[in-house]
Every structure is written in structure tokens, then in C-alpha cells.
Design a protein around this ligand. Structure first.
Ligand SMILES: NC(=O)c1ccc[n+]([C@@H]2O[C@H](COP(=O)([O-])OP(=O)(O)OC[C@H]3O[C@@H](n4cnc5c(N)ncnc54)[C@H](OP(=O)(O)O)[C@@H]3O)[C@@H](O)[C@H]2O)c1
Length: 292
């Protein structure tokens, strides 16, 4: 398999590059600004000429498009940039996938949903994004669907991993400094380990069963419960401080409930995503922080 990955310096992109290489696939990781001494190729996804040249030189069979403007509040305050990167960037990538006959994998988000359902969203639920980030990603999905029929739209949520500090590391760091981490009590979702997303994604792209997929660790959990479980598993006895979502003032609105479930994964013979508690323990092990 010849795979091109965008956003290879990001949390998910870096893990996908690692697992594609471990699988022995011909892998090209691309980044807007590759770090010095890295083997990543420079490619700005909003520069059509650059994307054309990179795709022509590598001739991928699959493009896994992870690059995005992921800061939800920055998207709200700078919608021009959010739509340029998340929507126009997806249009550019999808068009060039179609031109060279590559399948296009677009990584999307639980924030395409508004949370009103109050139960896990499956792939056939109708999105209704609340924020600029959610709308820019949903329009990115639509562009990929329209421009490249051989597509996988893969929605993930609340990502964490060892490559970059995210929610779990902030919770653990605060507790280690003797401070009680403040955590939203009533936001429910699907904290998801990037290693599990990458594993299932590599299986998915070999199925030729195109369409929308949800890849998240079940079952639904609140941020507060997740933080408590992390602290307990890491042997830290500092309880988090719960904060009601209504008291959390941010530029972008977020869904109070955005847990995802997958109907389609078993239908195409891909094993279900592991339970979040199992994923969390493997993550802590990878961080070297499991209590004895
Ligand atoms: N993180 C989450 O909790 C979460 C939840 C749901 C969905 N997602 C989706 O999952 C995907 C991966 O997220 P992530 O958290 O791994 O992202 P991330 O760590 O924030 O990385 C995003 C990457 O995109 C790159 N990028 C931004 N603009 C670019 C451009 N114009 N050209 C090329 N590269 C560009 C960034 O490069 P620079 O370093 O140069 O900016 C960075 O490497 C995204 O599509 C995101 O929307 C994430």
C-alpha cells in the first residue's frame, strides 16, 4: 500500500505514519513545516500547486487527510482561516485524490453533532454543528463526498496520545503538582486513544467499503469520570474539581453530549474499538505512569 498522510506532525497524523511504517507500507508523511532533520515532505494543504506536485511525485493509493485547524475557539474567532484550512484544504486534497485515483480518508469530528440526541450518535444520524469548527469540518466532509467517490469519512473525538499534551496529561500534571484539576462535570463524550484509531483505520482502508465511520473508544463517559479514572489508575489521590459546563465560558459553543458509536465497523469486518478504560490503561503504560 502506498499511503500519503497530511498533518504528520499532529497528534493523530504522527501515530498513523508510525503504524503505516510498522506495517511495511510505502509511507509519505507531509507537514506544513516539517521539523529539521525529519523525513516528512513539506506540503501546505491549502496550496493547490504544492498538493498537485506532491501527489504527482508520490502517486499514493490512499491519502489519509489529518491536517486541520483543530483549535475550536481559534476557529470561532477566525472563521476565514477555519474554512480555508478545514473546508478548502479538504476540497484541494479530495480533488487531487480523485485525479490520481487515490482513495481519500478525511478525519472528521464529533463536533459535527449538536448534542441534542443525548445518546451515542451513529453514522446515519444527521449532523447539526454548533460551532465554526464543526461547520468547517462538516463542509469538509461534504466536499470529500462530492469530489472523490472513493472516500472514508472517519469521525473521531476527544483524542489523546503520547505525542502531544492533551486533556489526560493536563489532569495528571496538575495532580502531580498537588493541585486539583478543574474538569467539566457534565460534558459527555468519547475520549479516544490515537493508537486505536490508527489501528482500525489501517484495517478500514483495506476493505474498499467507502462511507462514513465513527472510530471512538466506547462507552460514553463524562470528562469528570474520565479524569477520576485517570487519576486513580495513575495512583494519584488528588480528586478533580467539577465545573458545570454552563460556567465554562469559551468563544465556541460545544455539544454537551457528543459520544459516538459505530454501526458500520462490524458490518465491514473491522473489530470494534476497545473500551476506553482499556485504552486509558495502555496509554498510561505508554507514558510509563501506571501505578504498581
Ligand atoms: N484532537 C481532537 O480531540 C480531535 C477531535 C475530533 C476530531 N479531530 C480531528 O482529527 C484530525 C487530527 O487532529 P489532531 O488533534 O491530531 O491535530 P493536531 O495535533 O492539531 O495537528 C493538526 C496538524 O495539521 C497541520 N496543519 C494545519 N494547517 C495546515 C496546512 N495548511 N497545511 C498542512 N498542514 C496543516 C498542523 O501543522 P502545524 O503544526 O504546521 O500547524 C498539524 O500538524 C483533525 O482533522 C481534527 O479535526 C481531532
Amino acid at each position: 500500500m502506498r499511503v500519503l498522510i497530511t498533518g504528520a506532525t499532529g497528534l493523530l497524523g504522527a501515530e498513523i505514519v508510525r503504524q503505516c511504517r510498522a506495517a511495511g507500507w510505502e509511507t509519505l508523511g507531509t507537514a506544513r513545516t516539517p521539523p529539521p532533520d525529519s523525513d516528512l515532505a513539506p506540503m501546505d494543504i491549502t496550496d493547490p500547486d504544492m498538493v498537485r506536485a506532491t501527489v504527482d511525485a508520490f502517486r499514493p493509493e490512499v491519502v489519509i487527510h489529518c491536517a486541520a485547524m483543530t483549535h475550536v475557539d481559534a476557529c470561532e474567532t477566525d472563521p476565514h482561516e477555519a474554512y480555508r484550512i478545514n473546508t478548502f484544504g479538504a476540497e484541494v486534497i479530495a480533488a487531487h485524490c480523485q485525479r490520481v485515483g487515490a482513495a481519500c480518508v478525511y478525519i472528521s469530528t464529533d463536533y459535527v453533532f449538536d448534542g441534542a440526541k443525548g445518546a451515542p450518535y451513529h453514522e446515519y444520524d444527521t449532523p447539526n454543528p454548533l460551532s465554526v469548527y464543526g461547520r468547517s469540518k462538516y463542509l469538509g466532509e461534504a466536499a470529500v463526498q462530492a469530489l472523490c467517490p472513493r472516500h472514508y469519512i472517519v469521525r473521531v473525538a476527544w483524542l489523546y496520545g503520547v505525542e502531544r499534551k492533551t486533556f489526560p496529561q493536563f489532569v495528571l500534571d496538575a495532580a502531580r503538582q498537588g493541585q486539583s484539576p478543574t474538569v467539566i462535570a457534565d460534558q459527555i463524550g468519547s475520549p479516544t486513544y490515537v493508537a486505536d484509531v490508527a489501528d482500525r483505520l489501517l484495517r478500514l482502508v483495506q476493505t474498499d467499503c467507502y462511507g462514513v465511520y465513527h472510530l471512538t473508544n466506547p462507552p460514553p463517559v463524562s470528562r469528570y469520570e474520565f479524569a477520576c479514572a485517570l487519576l486513580e489508575a495513575a495512583g494519584l489521590s488528588v480528586p478533580p474539581t467539577p465545573l458545570p459546563m454552563a460556567h465554562w465560558q469559551t468563544p465556541a459553543p460545544r455539544p454537551a453530549y457528543s459520544a459516538l458509536t459505530s454501526w458500520r465497523l462490524p458490518w465491514v469486518g473491522v473489530p470494534p474499538m476497545p473500551d476506553w478504560r482499556d485504552a486509558m490503561r495502555r496509554f498510561l503504560h505508554a507514558l510509563g505512569q501506571v501505578s504498581s
